[in-house]
Design a binder for this molecule. Structure first.
Ligand code: AFP
Length: 334
């Protein structure tokens, strides 16, 4: 692999040359890259493209939808529909899965995605992203809801795009986690971060501390120890970051280590966390684990969770393995 010259397509041909299904998966990931390029172009234009601001509508989560939420959702839906490789898809912006029943033969894959994550940052020009998760579709029939509700360990590919100063695509097909940077002049994603490895240790944590009064004891203990720094049991100072865009926070952790936490809290007892399992936690957990990190609910591996709803939420603690282990240990101790 030549850094700076290997394109996404060339890389995927190398990684996925074992079977027809692997070749089809490579094609699907190239289709996803095309949708990401379209979204990158829209976000880069900002206010000039008339795509900022909110709509009157709300999504199934009861959250106000941004214009770019829906435009990004359409970009993925059209890409998947035209590509013919996906039998059905589920997204944050649609209450129920969409099944493509007009194809000659059902596609081999299911796509689950958050078309624009962190969209409350759009209007203030802060990095946002898209997150995707790919599952195998049932053979010879159209998919039903149960076919989507698979544990994250069954994902065959996952990744995200981060629309920041540069647009990057970070993905895994189960053979490590790799980063590609969009060369806007050429319109190609170029391999710039092969085999990303998250440092096992870190001195940086990411959490929304305005929720502190709602945290459970293990989380309180961990954050207090980080804040105590050199004067406390950790014996070193920590730094804090919170971009409120999961993709941007997790990308920083992939680049330099850290731990990201959106834990279960008592703010809304009906919600076991804020982040959605199927299209935020699962894909990000696979990417993180493939980069040598860990991803836990506090009480177990996120990728083992058996979903029972498309939009269900889950506590998320992920990043540098030694910190995730420590936090899980505090949960075990109660
Ligand atoms: P939005 O898509 O509504 O901006 O939510 C983004 C997000 O799901 C995730 O990307 C952030 O990590 C998290 O919410 C931020 O939540 P808080 O606004 O409660 O900090």
């Amino acid at each position: 692999m030549h850094l700076g010259r290997t394109t996404l397509s060339q890389f995927l041909i190398q990684q996925l040359k074992g079977s027809d299904q692997q070749a089809a998966l490579a094609d699907l990931l190239v289709d996803i890259a095309a949708a990401v390029k379209a979204i990158s172009s829209m976000t880069a234009k900002g206010a000039l493209a008339g795509v900022l601001g909110s709509l009157e509508s709300q999504n199934v989560q009861g959250e106000t939808q941004k214009k770019l939420d829906l435009l990004s959702d359409k970009a993925f839906i059209n890409t998947f529909h035209l590509g013919g490789l996906v039998a059905g898809m589920a997204s944050e912006e649609n209450e129920h899965p969409i099944v493509f029943d007009d194809l000659e033969a059902p596609g081999a894959f299911l796509a689950v995605f958050d078309p624009l994550d962190g969209s409350s940052n759009i209007d203030v020009n802060v990095s946002v992203g898209s997150i995707f998760s790919i599952l195998k579709a049932p053979e010879g029939r159209l998919p039903g809801l149960a076919d989507f509700l698979r544990p994250g360990k069954e994902q065959i590919a996952a990744g995200y795009a981060v629309y920041g100063p540069s647009t990057m695509l970070v993905l895994t097909v189960g053979q490590g986690t790799h980063g590609f940077t969009l060369d806007r002049e050429m319109g190609n994603f170029i391999l710039t971060h092969p085999n990303i490895q998250i440092p096992a240790q870190t001195s940086e944590f990411a959490i929304n501390t305005s929720n502190e009064r709602f945290w459970e004891l293990p989380v309180l203990r961990y954050i207090e120890e980080c804040k105590a720094g050199k004067t406390g049991p950790r014996g070193r100072d920590f730094n804090m970051r919170w971009i409120a865009s999961m993709v941007a926070d997790v990308h920083r952790i992939l680049m330099r280590g850290g731990v990201f936490m959106y834990p279960r809290d008592t703010k809304d007892p009906s919600k076991p966390g804020r982040l959605r399992l199927m299209y935020e936690a699962n894909p990000m957990s696979l990417v993180v684990e493939q980069a040598g990190g860990k991803a836990s609910t506090g009480h177990g591996r996120i990728l083992e969770v058996q979903p029972d709803q498309i939009h269900q939420r889950v506590p998320v603690i992920l990043g540098s393995s030694e910190e995730v282990d420590r936090i899980a240990g505090y949960h075990e101790a109660g």
